[in-house]
Design a protein. Structure first.
Lengths: 1003, 158
């Protein structure tokens, strides 16, 4: 019989510890297909299951468990479920069978036919017959898992069992040591406490849980379980704090644990107490509050660990929140105070010491006192009232009588903490109204206080206090808020001896803008704009004012537009000194960049275009047209970048609407042949920015694109103005890149290049190829490679423009502000850079080897350097061995930035794949680097020397001393000389590298 | 030398302000020389660790930028340091650490004088004499144990 044969084979496999998964799968498949019934399987197992020999019974149960676990639910007949459940419940009394009975029950309990009575039978047997702790971890884990599943799926059963379940579970858990089992058990307890009233067995349950506190666990790398120390702590914390019935037993031992020497235990205890405060009966907390507050005070004042202080303060807040009355009594504060005088209230534990310190000649730990008061006060509106009422009069009185500035600062600092509690509970303390005048006097900026560095702390503390008064709900009226905001603004704007005052002022305004945007807009921004327009305003001040405005605008979206509009107004009205226009336009550009990069940035782009980009563009055009010398090209570039950021995110219809005006304004200028000294052409980048920022589907307002591009190409070839030439090329490249039809693109490319080829070759012809290559290579168009081949052949022919052709390779792959970029919707195909690298580098290598003159070689190395510097690391490292010899030649033959770029590439290879350079490191690379750190050579620019030092710094980390022992002396000698480099930045790098080599090989 | 017994068990720790040198436009102009100044020398030694605490000399205010005098043209550096307590037996070791760090950082043309700040140490003259005696310094650095201690203090300086 098939089933008997399979079962016997299975049992033999179990005896031999063989892998039985195939047999199990075969049985499962047969039962699922109906070839064998479950009953037949049980019958086949009969002799094993009923054997008197424990081992045979266990194996029989093992086979049945394996099959049931893998069997689909619909393959178990409903009538069999109950019988199997009873059978396995009975097996729980048979210790050898327990490890296999539990997984079987887990498999069965998920079935609809598994009745509540089955669950009761199983649980009865589990609690009465199974001594869980005598089994291995896996069996214990299954037992907890079964309970967890039954709690989740059979709530009525658990409720009906009530105390029996709780007691059974507590006994089961007693003595558990495995963290995996504990994790499941801890997670069961809160669920159990929700379902069952644990009152009768709270002590038993608590005893078996709390003995694990504080729990420590170190997760090992090899441990496949996902349990971490933190997750285990959280689970235990949730278990301890799941029921108010644990309160009586938990509070005292928890408070004792706060005195532990270990920081992690302290933090764990405080966090558990905070959680407990939310659940335990407040009456349970009160008797031990004094001891707890005393311990918290000690921990906060000792300030040994920031995390402990934070946890302690959170606990203080949670505790006071729990014991605080829900709302102030209706008969007013005075009667409450009278009540407090009769008996000591929990708040007095904090207040007593604070009041003692605040009235002492020398206030000790004012910062910590402030923190304690704040935590106590912010726990509830009621406590906020009581604390404010107790502390405020003392501070006010003391501030009236003392002139010592340090003491005043300390008092105001404490006051700030108390006031901030009012802001935190979002309800001002009642006593504040009666002390309003006093508070306003305290925070009034006193002109008699000298604001040199010594007193700036006092000044800053006051500014923080004023901020709190503004933020406090319903405390200041509109006029007072305006005055307070202006006070902070003046601190941010006016020149202070200590710049920290300005910084703090700006920082506070950023905070205030988030909660009081309208007030900041009306009271603060005009002061900033006026300050920017002052006659003799310094560059430094303009810069700090703009930084502050930038920070406010970026932090709060609602004031961004008013700030940007205000700045545009300041610039376009001509009130801002021309020398500051660049800083202002840069700030605007940065703000627009940040705003448009935000998740909902596209939504504000229409407004930014209409209110910021277009007005700035108009202003630049009008100013540049009438008086060309008044706008510097850098300002134009900043405005063009602003246009790009805002305009590129408009939809194509809106772009088309704006383009008409811009084309009308600039197209004629772009197409006419310009003179070198015609400053009007400096405005053309604005035109380029508008055109380049368009979507591919945006229709340009030109009748004939072929003619338009041809005209631009002709103008670029003939013009003497670099601005016009560059703009023409940018537009040509952008348009070609965005044409989707291959045929149209080919035709236009040929037309553009044909226009250029009509006359003798000049620098513009070469640059046109670079730009066309940029447009086409990035979208994997073969036309781009034709341009590259044309350029490479120009270089190998040693033409007068070889050098320009080589240098221009930076255009093909390099960054640009707006032309053919991802941000301006340029089309970039996958693997375009890889293809370029794979095509061009072998060609350079071949040409280099066959080159007849050093000039050609040098130009080829320039091309190589430009190619590798813009390549992603992953692309570059493929076939790098071929390129390394050329890079070393490039270090030898090039100068300045190119040489530095080659050294940086070698450094990158050293970092990523040091074995590639193993052979050359001592013989070629180190001598080249030594030569490159010498500041006496004109080929070694600052960048070259710094790059060489960086490379030398890396060498000892990547190569064994034995390989470089011979060159160490030379390197140290060169680096010792480099420590006397005339540039400080280089010297700093040299010192680092020198010390690294000094330790190299010294054990 | 026994440094397991701390001479000053609870030194005052000062907050360290950001000491980053502001970038200048001329930083990348190769034609402009940046002479070595007190701030640069201070940057080289501020992160030296104290021999008995895991704190830097800057955090303990043992060294102070204002107490460093540099004459680049004359290749002279004078450094005055302030021991945390007047009877600090670590003063010589601290001075030695500063000297070794500068030997490894400054151009070889510089002559470096290291002194205890006047009135801050009870054996001021002896310490100064020891620190500025080339032969004694050389002999101290031949002591491998001492060199190890110095290197440990300098490990954080780079």
């Amino acid at each position: 019989m098939l089933v008997q044969r399979l079962v016997d084979a299975y049992i033999i496999g179990l005896e031999d510890n063989a892998d039985n998964s195939t047999l199990c799968q075969t049985l499962v498949t047969h039962i699922s297909n109906g070839d064998i019934s479950l009953l037949e399987l049980v019958q086949a197992l009969g002799s094993y299951l009923s054997s008197e020999e424990a081992g045979r019974r266990s194996k029989g149960a093992h086979v049945l468990a394996d099959v049931l676990t893998d069997l689909p639910a619909d393959s178990i007949p409903p009538q069999a479920t109950e019988k199997l459940a009873r059978f396995f419940a009975a097996r729980l009394a048979d210790s050898p069978c327990v490890p296999h009975a539990l997984p079987s029950i887990i498999a069965l309990q998920g079935l609809d036919s598994f009745t509540d009575q089955c669950a009761v039978d199983v649980l009865d047997a589990l609690f009465k017959e199974v001594h869980v702790q005598s089994f291995q971890h896996s069996t214990r884990g299954e037992a907890y898992r079964l309970l967890d599943l039954i709690i989740d799926n059979r709530k009525t059963v658990v409720k009906s069992m009530g105390d029996d379940f709780v007691l059974g579970f507590a006994q089961m858990l007693d003595g558990e040591k495995d963290p995996r089992s504990l994790m499941v058990a801890f997670q069961i307890i809160p669920k159990l406490a929700q379902l069952v009233n644990i009152k009768n067995n709270a002590e038993d349950l608590f005893d078996v849980i709390f003995c694990y506190f504080p729990i420590t666990f170190k997760h090992r790398e090899s441990d496949p379980s996902s349990i971490s120390s933190e997750s285990l702590k959280s689970a235990l914390r949730a278990a301890i704090t799941c029921s108010p019935y644990f309160g009586d037993m938990a509070i005292k031992p928890l408070i004792e644990k706060t005195t532990a020497a270990s920081m992690s235990v302290k933090i764990d205890t405080y966090e558990t107490l905070s959680a407990a405060a939310l659940v335990y009966d407040p009456e349970v907390l009160k008797p031990d509050m004094e001891a707890l507050v005393e311990q918290i005070r000690e921990d906060v004042i000792m300030a040994s660990d920031e995390a402990v202080v934070s946890a302690a303060l959170d606990t203080l807040e949670a505790m006071y929140s729990a014991v605080s009355p829900a709302a102030p009594p209706s008969n007013g504060l005075d009667s409450r105070v009278a009540d407090f005088n009769e008996t000591l209230t929990p708040l007095d534990y904090v207040l007593k010491d604070a009041i003692f310190q605040l009235t002492a000649d020398d206030i000790k730990n004012p910062e910590q006192i402030g923190k304690l008061l704040r935590s106590a006060a912010r726990s509830s509106a009621y406590n906020c009232n009581v604390v404010s009422d107790a502390v405020l009069p003392i501070i006010v009185e003391r501030l009236h009588t003392t002139d010592v500035l340090t003491v005043r600062r300390e008092l105001i600092d404490v006051l700030n903490h108390v006031l901030s509690a009012s802001c935190d509970v979002n309800r001002k303390a009642e006593c504040l109204d009666s002390d309003k005048n006093n508070l306003l006097n305290i925070y009034r900026l006193d002109a008699s206080v000298p604001l040199d560095k010594e007193y700036s702390f006092l000044h800053i503390t006051r500014l923080k206090g004023i901020t709190l008064l503004i933020l406090m709900p319903g405390f200041l009226d509109v006029n007072e808020t305006t005055m307070a905001l202006q006070t902070i603004s003046r601190a941010a704007i006016e020149r202070n001896e200590d710049e920290n005052v300005n910084k703090e002022g700006s920082h506070l305004l950023v905070q205030l803008a988030q909660s009081k945007p309208e007030e900041v807009e009306t009271a603060v921004l005009p002061l900033f704009f006026d300050a920017l327009c002052e006659d003799m305003v310094s560059t430094h001040k303009v810069s700090s004012l703009l930084n502050a405005l930038g920070a406010i605008g970026v932090a709060t979206a609602t004031v961004l537009q008013p700030i940007l509009s205000g700045l545009v107004q300041v610039i376009t009205s001509g009130k801002l000194l021309p020398s500051h226009c660049l800083t202002a336009t840069t700030t605007i550009r940065k703000m627009v960049d940040t705003a448009t990069a935000a998740p909902n940035g596209a939504e504000i782009c229409p407004a930014l275009t209409s209110n910021i980009a277009i007005p700035l563009s108009d202003w630049a055009f009008n100013t540049g047209s009438s008086n060309s010398s008044s706008i510097c090209p850098a300002v134009i570039v900043e405005i063009a970048k602003t246009i790009t950021a805002a305009f590129s995110k408009l939809d194509s219809d809106k772009q088309e609407q704006h383009l008409h005006a811009q084309f009308g304004r600039y197209t004629m200028m772009a197409l006419k042949v310009g003179k070198a000294d015609d400053a009007h052409f400096q405005l053309l980048p604005l035109y380029s920015a508008f055109v380049c920022a368009c979507w591919p589907q945006t229709k340009l307002p030109v009748d004939n694109l072929d003619e338009y591009l041809g005209g631009l190409a002709s103008a670029a070839i003939s013009t003497e103005s670099f601005y016009q030439r560059d703009v023409c090329f940018e537009i040509i490249a952008t348009v070609l890149n965005k044409i989707s039809s291959t045929d149209s693109r080919d035709q236009l490319t040929r037309s553009v290049l044909g226009n250029a080829d009509g006359v003798d070759i000049g620098i513009a012809h070469v640059l046109l190829r670079h730009w066309v290559a940029r447009a086409l290579i990035n979208r994997n168009d073969k036309g781009g490679y034709e341009c590259v081949h044309w350029l490479l052949s120009l270089i190998t022919q040693d033409s007068p423009f070889s050098s320009d052709a080589a240098e221009g390779f930076s255009i093909i792959l390099g960054d640009h502000n707006w032309a053919v970029t991802a941000a301006t919707h340029g089309v970039f195909r996958l693997l375009s850079k890889q293809r370029f690298y794979a095509t061009v580098v072998p060609e350079i290598t071949v040409s280099f080897k066959s080159a007849s003159s050093d000039a050609i070689k040098a130009n080829l190395l320039v091309v190589l350097t430009h190619t590798v510097r813009h390549m992603p690391k992953s692309v570059l490292m493929t076939g790098i061995e071929e390129v390394v010899p050329l890079l070393l030649s490039a270090i030898r033959l090039t100068t300045g930035d190119l040489k530095a770029a080659s050294i940086r590439t070698i450094t990158m290879v050293m970092l990523e794949s040091p074995e590639t350079l193993q052979e050359q490191i001592a013989t070629s690379i180190i001598p080249l680097l030594i030569a490159s750190v010498a500041h006496t050579s004109s080929a070694n620019s600052i960048e070259v020397r710094r790059a060489a030092h960086d490379a030398l710094l890396l060498v000892p980390e990547k190569y064994p001393f034995s390989a470089l022992n011979a060159v160490r002396k030379n390197v140290l000698h060169a680096l010792a000389r480099a420590r006397d480099d005339h540039k400080r930045l280089v010297r700093m790098e040299a010192v680092k590298a020198y010390n690294k080599w000094l330790d190299y090989g010294v054990s | 030398m026994n440094i397991t017994q701390k001479v000053n068990t609870a030194p005052l720790i000062y907050e360290v302000e950001s000491q980053t040198r502001a970038a200048l436009k001329t930083d990348f102009d190769n034609s402009v020389s940046d002479p070595i100044d007190a701030k640069e020398v201070y940057d080289q030694i501020r992160k030296i660790n104290d021999p008995e605490h895991p704190l830097t000399l800057e955090q303990l205010r043992v060294i102070n930028c204002e107490h460093i005098t540099v004459d680049d043209a004359a290749s002279r550096v004078v450094i005055e340091f302030t021991p945390t307590i007047p009877h600090c037996s670590m003063a010589t070791l601290i001075g030695l650490c500063i000297r070794v760090r500068l030997l490894r950082s400054l151009p070889e043309r510089f002559k470096v004088d290291i002194r205890v700040r006047e009135g801050t140490h009870q054996s001021e003259a002896d310490v100064n004499k020891q620190l500025n005696d080339k032969e004694r310094v050389a002999a101290a650095l031949e002591n491998t144990y001492l060199l190890d201690v110095v290197n440990q203090c300098l490990a954080t300086a780079a």
